[in-house]
Design a protein. Structure first.
Ligand SMILES: *[C@@H]1O[C@H](CO)[C@@H](O)[C@H](O)[C@H]1NC(C)=O
Ligand SMILES: *[C@@H]1O[C@H](CO)[C@@H](O)[C@H](O)[C@H]1NC(C)=O
Ligand SMILES: *[C@@H]1O[C@H](CO)[C@@H](O)[C@H](O)[C@H]1NC(C)=O
Ligand SMILES: *[C@@H]1O[C@H](CO)[C@@H](O)[C@H](O)[C@H]1NC(C)=O
Length: 411
């Protein structure tokens, strides 16, 4: 064992004893979420196939279960904002799904989703309104938690609009308490630190009450957006990597692979880096029209295995040279590593250089099988100091896995 690994392990163990433990999100949750692609579109006359209605979520449930996603691990179908009526029920004060867009009601939708072996997630807000102006949960947290449980909801994302960040450390724990009291396991996704980027969020407290938490700006379908998220997670200001572990994960936002904003290489960068960051994988694209190429990438077993590694340790950026950087993440079997080398140059030809695990802070006598993760190609046996020649194109990633071998190699 080397210093770096001990450091990683200690932080993972710390979060295991301190974080929310409701049995959920032992590895980063995977599924689908409507927001990036479908936003708050409510005009179903003009856009019958892309408005927020029950058909959209049923269609995605069909695609997840029939097109290989569920088998690959994607099981949450998550509703985002704009599903409710603008007023609560005047008598019961309960949230009401829009009767025109969700005519069957959410219990029926949950039954449908469950019949496919999937889980249903929903969205709300801790303030007086959601970001889209729908009713918030500020004065109705217990009732809303009960309502969600009665409908058969499996995950709840609580946003932070129409509120003040001062209330967060009180309101999020209260909602967690009421979700727990329903007796139904409901994954709790908090937007807490996303609103506190310049004020040192209390990540230990966040992990104590949330399974996942949106950290940093919402993703948009652009390379700039993906790059700034990777930079924020690489900078790791306030050491938020330290609180990630089974049950508790930083959420850098949705997967946009299959949409129109990125090249294939940039799609690979997103998949690779979300695996390195132990990030939830919530797809936000139209699975009815996605290309086979994007689908295959989203379901790549090697990348998913790194993302879902049971140690749950978040990778860190440990090396930078100009616009080229390397990240490392300890994975199983214990003593193994995933390594991502990113070329963020915007112009020029391929860059070539040698890299070793020593460069990335790993010491010791272990030997490893090296493989390229996207293709699964075996690259041979390596020690910590064996040079690995890297040739990497601009706007691209090389994702490697160093699998520890049982015995020290005799050379
Ligand atoms: C409620 O909290 C307790 C204590 O952390 C935990 O053991 C239990 O699994 C939780 N139940 C639910 C339904 O979240
Ligand atoms: C983060 O951790 C590093 C050491 O790993 C330490 O030097 C630094 O002070 C920590 N920063 C914060 C904000 O806790
Ligand atoms: C990389 O290392 C090999 C030997 O392991 C050496 O032949 C080669 O010149 C090195 N390349 C660079 C760019 O340093
Ligand atoms: C290492 O790679 C060799 C050759 O590909 C393979 O036969 C062996 O099973 C691998 N060992 C481990 C522990 O992955």
């Amino acid at each position: 064992m080397n210093f770096q690994f001990i450091l990683f392990t200690v932080s993972a163990l710390a979060s295991q004893t301190l974080g929310l433990d409701n049995g959920l999100a032992r590895t980063p949750p995977m599924g689908w979420l409507s927001w990036e692609r479908f936003r708050c579109r409510t005009d179903c006359k003009m856009y019958p196939n892309s408005c927020i209605n029950e058909k959209l979520y049923m269609d995605m449930a069909d695609r997840l279960s029939e097109d290989g996603y569920l088998r690959a691990g994607y099981k949450y179908v998550n509703i985002d904002d704009c599903w409710a009526t603008l007023q609560r029920d005047p008598k019961t004060l309960r949230l009401v799904p829009d009767p025109v867009r969700f005519p069957s009601g959410l219990k029926k939708l949950a039954d449908y989703v469950h019949s496919k072996g999937l889980k249903l997630g929903i969205y709300g807000d801790m303030g007086t309104k959601t970001c889209g102006g729908y009713p918030g949960s500020k004065f109705t947290m217990e009732l809303d938690a009960q309502t969600f449980a009665e409908w058969g909801i499996d995950s709840f994302k609580m946003d932070g609009c129409y509120s003040t960040t001062k209330d967060f450390s009180v309101a999020y724990p209260i909602m967690e308490f009421f979700l727990n009291k329903t007796g139904r396991p409901i994954l709790f996704s908090c937007s807490w630190p996303a609103y506190m980027q310049s004020s040192d969020p209390d990540y230990k407290l966040i992990a104590k009450h949330c399974n996942i938490w949106r950290n940093y700006n919402d993703i948009t379908d652009s390379w700039d957006s993906v790059k700034t998220i990777i930079k924020y997670y690489g900078d790791d200001k306030y050491n938020f990597s330290a609180v990630a572990g089974p049950g508790n994960f930083n959420d850098p936002d949705m997967i946009i692979v299959g949409n129109t904003g990125l090249s294939y290489q940039q799609w690979q960068v997103q998949m690779a880096m979300w695996a390195m960051m132990a990030a939830p994988l919530f797809l936000s694209e139209d699975l009815r029209t996605i290309t086979p190429e994007a689908r295959t990438l989203i379901q790549n077993p090697g990348v998913i295995a790194i993302n879902q590694d049971r140690l749950g340790i978040m990778g860190k950026r440990v090396w930078q040279s100009g616009n080229i950087e390397a990240w490392i993440r300890p994975v199983t079997p214990v003593g193994s590593y995933a390594v991502a080398v990113l070329n963020l140059n915007d112009g020029g030809a391929q860059s070539g250089f040698n890299m070793t695990l020593v460069t990335l802070g790993v010491k010791g006598q272990d030997a490893y099988n090296l493989s390229e993760v996207f293709s699964g190609k075996a690259l041979g046996k390596y020690t910590v100091s064996t040079n690995f020649p890297i040739f990497i194109d601009t706007n691209s990633v090389l994702l490697l896995k160093y699998t520890k071998l049982d015995r020290i190699l005799k050379w």
